[in-house]
Design a protein around this ligand. Structure first.
Ligand code: PMV
Length: 316
């Protein structure tokens, strides 16, 4: 049968999501706002098979068994008639190390399955299915600036990439797979951090402020709210029992380098997800200077300069 290939790009939250609501469907406890990147991408091919049997999944060229993918496919099959699938997915960036490979992965997967099996899902419905696997994946369906909030919990386009062509310098400080997955980590935070309730009260306020900053292209306002949201999330992680410390020494050194640049008038701020990589978001004219500074920080293995990118799509 014919193969359908889709691409999607990771997204980086500027207002973070960490923790789920007490509701079915993998609903976040808080709203989030993100930018979808270009450069880093997942490419996923799906081929329906005529003979019976299980799905065959290859990730970055290796046969994979993944409970999360299996459970999600079983859910999808409870709604749609889907034959056994050959799924072949690869990332051109490190997998499962705080670079949002699950976001681009599930956004590309639902897009490719939708095409291969004629499910007829529009972008909002694809976002809904992507969220059930990995809530951040709901946002990678859309280009540029995206939001994910209730009551529908399908991501929405806030502004296209062309609205405000920010640049992102990613400083890689380790390529090791993370020790605690996001879903396990956020369950532990909700169960044990004394700050979880405060986090759920603060994040909607940050979400509103970040939306305004994006609409009005107010870089300093976005810098303030994004760094605060990131540090609030990491404070929540640190206050989890047992503690979740995703940083390397070089992560902290990069934070200091970003603050030093900003103190010298360079328009840049940082954000960090559930991993040790730092993402420095800046205005286009500052990107080379930011990359040069971060690539000189001890412990930084590589840097990548990315722009804002497109949503998930069928590859031509
Ligand atoms: O959607 P998940 O399970 O991959 O969790 C994402 C969590 C963060 O990346 C840390 C924050 C976010 O909103 O993307």
């Amino acid at each position: 049968m014919a193969t359908t290939t889709a691409t999607a790009h990771p997204n980086i939250a500027l207002v973070k999501y960490w923790g789920k609501a007490d509701a079915p469907g993998n609903i976040p406890a808080t709203p989030s706002l993100s930018i979808t990147l270009d450069g880093f991408r997942t490419r996923t091919s799906v081929t329906p098979r005529t003979e019976a049997g299980s799905d065959h999944i290859r990730l970055n060229g290796e046969a994979t068994k993944d409970k999360k993918i299996d459970g999600w496919l079983a859910d999808l099959r409870s709604t749609f008639k889907i034959p056994p699938l050959n799924i072949d997915s690869d990332n051109n960036f490190p997998t499962a190390s705080g670079l949002a490979s699950s976001a681009s992965g599930f956004a590309a997967l639902i897009c490719a399955i939708n095409g291969a099996c004629d499910l007829g899902l529009d972008a909002a419905a694809q976002s809904d299915w992507a969220r059930r696997a990995s809530a951040s994946a709901a946002r990678s369906v859309f280009e540029g600036f995206a939001t994910l909030s209730g009551p529908e919990w399908q991501a929405q386009a806030l502004a296209p990439a062309a609205h405000w062509p920010l640049r992102v310098v990613v400083a890689i400080t380790s390529t090791a797979t993370k020790a605690t997955s996001s879903s396990v980590g956020m369950q532990a935070s909700k169960a044990s951090s004394p700050y979880f309730e405060a986090w759920t009260k603060q994040t909607p306020l940050d979400y509103g402020a970040a939306q305004n900053a994006v609409k009005s292209k107010d870089f300093m306002a976005l810098a303030a709210v994004a760094e605060q949201s990131c540090l609030n999330m990491h404070a929540l992680m640190l206050s989890t029992s047992p503690p979740l410390l995703y940083w390397q020494p070089a992560t902290l050194a990069c934070i200091q380098a970003v603050h030093e640049l900003r103190a010298n008038g360079v328009p840049v701020f940082f954000t960090i997800d559930a991993g040790p990589q730092l993402k420095a978001v800046c205005l286009p004219q500052a990107a080379s200077q930011v990359e040069q500074r971060l690539s000189g920080v001890a412990g930084v293995l590589q840097t990548h300069q990315l722009g804002l990118g497109p949503g998930s799509a069928i590859a031509q």
